[in-house]
Structures are given as structure tokens and as C-alpha cells.
Write a protein of this length. Structure first.
Length: 181
């Protein structure tokens, strides 16, 4: 983010996020069934990872919208710390209402709030085309829960999976009510 701040001072989220979400949108990802469920070839994925690593965010020549979709999931999974930090994990999996989501969201750092807000706005917009792409809020929660939360113990993976999905679904549903940091 340090180099990005000097090159793009107006951008308050990691450049990769708007680049990938716009690439998904521009490549017709909103009309692809299961946009986040199909893998792409390892060679093509490596090529685009290499580009992103040198700040080349042009994804217009990707073979399909599945490429930026896979890159988005990979980026989120490989962040050094999840967007919803370990310190908020228990609060997140206890969420049962929009008010609970807002409370967890308010406890995130400013960068995490801005990044998560942009992501869930995108996911809410994408779910609006669920009749075509089959990516309902529930399906998006299945895909993104492991990207946004990290279970503190492998023993809890199965036990907490539904609660993690509930949190992410509530987050997507509350996207437009989340405060701007």
C-alpha cells in the first residue's frame, strides 16, 4: 500500500481489489453461472499473478471472467491477515442480525472497513444477477467465508462453517447499510 499511496493517493483500498472486480464485471462475469466456482488453468493463473506482482492490473486479455474471479479469491485467501481479523472471529461467528454485523464491522480497522465495504458492495451487486449467474447471497457466502475469516483451530472447521457463512451472508445483505469509514 505504501507505493500505491504515492502513485494513487486518492485510492483508499488496495488497487488489486477494484482492478479485479472491474475485470470480472467487464468480462461478463455477472452473466456466468457459478462465476467463483470454476477453476482456470494453472499457466494462465500464474501469468496474471506475475503481472499483478509488478502492478500490471490490465486483465482485459484474460480468457474468461473466471480468471479475475480466481485471482480475487486467491488474493483474499493469501492476505497475511484476513479482512475480519482473528480478534473478531468469535464476534463474527456469533452474528445473527444486521445490527451484529454493523458492530463487528465498526470494530475493524479503517483499511479493512474500506476494503470489505467495497468487496461486499460488489458481491451484493453480483447477487442481484443470481437468476442468471446462480450466485445467490448464500452461494457467495459459501465461497467467500473461507476467504474473509480464518478458523483459529482445524478442529472447528466443520463446527463453525455454517456460522461463518451466516456472517458473510449478513454482511452482503447489509452492504448498503455499512458506514463509510
Amino acid at each position: 500500500m505504501t507505493r500505491q499511496m504515492s502513485d494513487y493517493p486518492q485510492l483508499e483500498v488496495p488497487m488489486i481489489l477494484p482492478a479485479l472486480t472491474e475485470a470480472i464485471r467487464d468480462a461478463g462475469g455477472f452473466s456466468l453461472q457459478g462465476i467463483f466456482r470454476e477453476a482456470v488453468g494453472a499457466g494462465e493463473l500464474r501469468e496474471f499473478i506475475g503481472r499483478l506482482e509488478v502492478d500490471d492490473y490490465n486483465l482485459s486479455d484474460a480468457s474468461t471472467a473466471h480468471v479475475p474471479a480466481c485471482l480475487l479469491k486467491k488474493w483474499l485467501r493469501e492476505l497475511p491477515a484476513p479482512l475480519v481479523g482473528d480478534n473478531l472471529y468469535d464476534a463474527a461467528i456469533a452474528v445473527t442480525s444486521t445490527a451484529d454485523v454493523a458492530d463487528v464491522f465498526a470494530r475493524l480497522g479503517p483499511l479493512e472497513q474500506r476494503t470489505l465495504r467495497m468487496l461486499v458492495h460488489f458481491l451484493a451487486e453480483l447477487s442481484g444477477a443470481a437468476d442468471t449467474n446462480r450466485m445467490t447471497v448464500a452461494n457467495l457466502a459459501v465461497v467467500f467465508a473461507p476467504c474473509l475469516l480464518r478458523t483459529p483451530s482445524p478442529d472447528l472447521l466443520i463446527t463453525n462453517a455454517q456460522a461463518e457463512r451466516t456472517f458473510v451472508a449478513k454482511l452482503i445483505e447489509a452492504a448498503h447499510a455499512l458506514p463509510t469509514p
